[in-house]
Design a binder for this molecule. Structure first.
Ligand code: 0O2
Length: 244
């Protein structure tokens, strides 16, 4: 019989297993944060344009984990926590413009050390509440003394306007112990539409920035290839002719 962890005091005081699981998620967050920080630094250096405004990480609190397991009617055990809760470790990437979000997703798709297992596009299909963001569930390999473990991390990618709406809506929701009153829900949905309108307008204005950045990217790649051809190919050709 698996250990039931619904007693919060028990896991806080005696839950050694819980601490080990949380350590695993903490390490995964550090790994992924470093990888994203490198992408961000590289963008800044190569293209003088960085689609990332800022990054936030968080580990879900024990209270929140147990609440989610209960809400989704999953068993309240360690196994169930690891298998059913995808966002114990969460990283939020705040981008400047909407197209930047899709650029980031493209980059994650190409990454060989971050494995995407699920994608949810709440920008094209916002949630009933008005929430919009792009969610990725990924695994990152983390090296421990006993071997490598693939740990799940939720990556939320959104613009400043989407983040503004989600953060404030979260706070407003907290004010009410029960479900939000219908009129508040309606107003929040209205606010989400306004934020979306602002986002699209700003993205339209920033469109040239993105095009310039893409052009830079293409030129940079071309320059690098030309540099490689100019400096290394003659050496290789020399070597081949010497050996002939
Ligand atoms: P908190 O407080 O952020 O920890 P899954 O099992 O992954 O398929 P899940 O996790 O239920 O399903 O799905 P979802 O809805 O894709 O992602 C949940 C997370 O997105 C939430 O985590 C929030 O962070 C965010 N989110 C989703 N809907 C809303 C919303 O209407 N308003 C706000 N502000 N955030 C939202 P948690 O665990 O619910 O909360």
């Amino acid at each position: 019989m698996e250990e039931n962890i619904s007693d919060l005091n028990y896991i806080k005081e005696r839950g050694n297993e819980f601490k080990k699981i949380m350590l695993m998620y903490n390490c995964a967050l550090k790994e992924i944060e470093t990888k994203i920080q490198i992408i961000s630094d590289e963008f800044q250096m190569l293209y003088s344009y960085n689609p990332i405004e800022h990054i936030k990480t968080r580990i879900k609190s024990p209270e929140s984990i147990i609440k989610k397991l209960k809400r989704k009617e999953y068993p309240i055990t360690y196994n169930s926590l690891v298998n059913n809760i995808n966002d114990v470790a969460g990283i939020r990437i705040i981008c400047s413009f909407i197209p930047d979000i899709y650029k980031m997703v493209e980059m994650f798709d190409k990454s060989t050390d971050i494995n995407i297992i699920k994608k949810k596009d709440y920008i094209k299909n916002p949630k009933e509440s008005g929430y919009s963001s792009y969610h990725l569930i990924a695994t990152v390999p983390v090296s421990f003394a006993n071997g490598i473990v693939d740990v799940k991390v939720e990556i939320q990618i959104r613009t400043i306007a989407m983040d503004f709406w989600a953060s404030l809506e979260h706070k407003i929701k907290y004010k009410y112990s029960e479900e939000l009153p219908k009129n508040v829900q309606k107003e929040l949905k209205e606010c989400s539409k306004m934020a979306n309108k602002l986002d699209r307008k700003m993205s339209k204005l920033g469109g040239n920035l993105i095009e310039e950045f893409e052009q830079d990217m293409a030129n940079n790649k071309k320059n690098k290839e030309q540099k490689f051809l100019k400096s290394y190919i003659p050496l290789i050709v020399d070597k081949i002719t010497q050996n002939a």
